[in-house]
Design a protein around this ligand. Structure first.
Ligand code: ADP
Ligand code: MG
Length: 259
């Protein structure tokens, strides 16, 4: 089981879109996949067709050990993968976890019990470096960082990289940066191309080859509760996320051969 956190403390950079579409693309290629929604906004939950307003239990209850993962996960009716859903309840977890033992290891513990159920677990992190994100980073083997190729993209990246380094040093020796994914890319923009080249220079093969273009079909899909890769299979955005899943599966195979 490979567990990847989709993280970037900036909002609106494509974390949720990447989480939902990568989950659907992995599922479409036969991988048993679980998507964990760690954002109280519940956008990933809604985006794969699970109504966040009608949840008996959510990831909040799992983190506070009021429910098991078994009781809480739900199949995405549209995506072909399982979801550990979230809604506003999760906002309370931040405060309620503070005084508890092993507060940053709650998600890791819950996933460990189901390590034979899935090939891939994706964790959609909230836009912050909070206790929730920390739970995501402690549970994960690697981090996927979606980025927009714009002027301020690199700003803040060092904060995230430093947080990942600290978690690696103190809490989770398995954690590494899997890669940076360029999203909402506009190939006609000179600036996008410059920033993209800068990223490659700076981060080398940590930058995924796949580039996800800005594509309106990806933005329309969530309102239908259908992952973009299934909403319009021929759209450029859908094809990009399918290619990304293939690239990721390839990388994972390479590591497995290295060990
Ligand atoms: P985050 O989870 O980082 O806050 P989202 O995935 O919710 O970011 O994306 C922010 C907004 O941008 C959403 O409205 C989403 O539909 C849109 N969006 C994300 N990726 C793309 C894309 N490749 N093309 C067009 N719109 C996109
Ligand atoms: Mg989001």
């Amino acid at each position: 089981m490979h567990i990847f956190a989709i993280a970037n403390q900036k909002g609106g950079v494509g974390k949720t879109t990447t989480s939902v579409n990568l989950a659907a693309a992995l599922a479409a290629s036969g991988q048993r996949t679980l998507l964990v929604d760690l954002d109280p906004q519940g956008n990933a939950t809604m985006g794969c067709g699970v109504d966040k307003r009608n949840l008996k239990q959510s990831v909040y209850h799992v983190l506070l050990q009021m429910a098991t993962l078994e009781e809480t996960r739900a199949p995405s009716p549209t995506g072909g993968f399982d979801v550990l859903p979230a809604n506003r309840d999760l906002a309370g977890a931040e405060v309620e976890l503070v005084d508890l033992d092993l507060r940053e290891m709650r998600l890791k513990g819950a996933l460990h019990e189901h390590r034979n159920d899935y090939d891939f677990v994706l964790i959609d992190c909230p836009p912050s470096l909070s206790m929730l994100t920390l739970n995501g980073l402690c549970a994960a083997h690697g981090v996927i960082i979606p980025m927009q190729c714009e002027y301020y993209a690199l700003e803040g990246l060092s904060d995230l990289v430093n947080t990942i380094k600290k978690v690696h040093a103190n809490l989770n020796r398995d954690l590494k940066i899997i890669g940076l994914l360029r999203v909402m890319f506009d190939p006609r923009s000179t600036l996008s191309n410059q920033v993209s080249a800068q990223l490659e220079q700076h981060f080398g093969d940590k930058v995924f080859q796949t580039i996800v273009p800005r594509n309106v079909r990806l933005a329309e899909a969530p309102s239908h509760g259908i992952p973009g890769v299934l909403f319009d299979k021929a759209a450029k955005g859908a094809l990009a996320y399918l290619a990304f899943a293939t690239e990721l599966i390839e990388r994972v195979k390479q590591w497995e051969n290295e060990v």
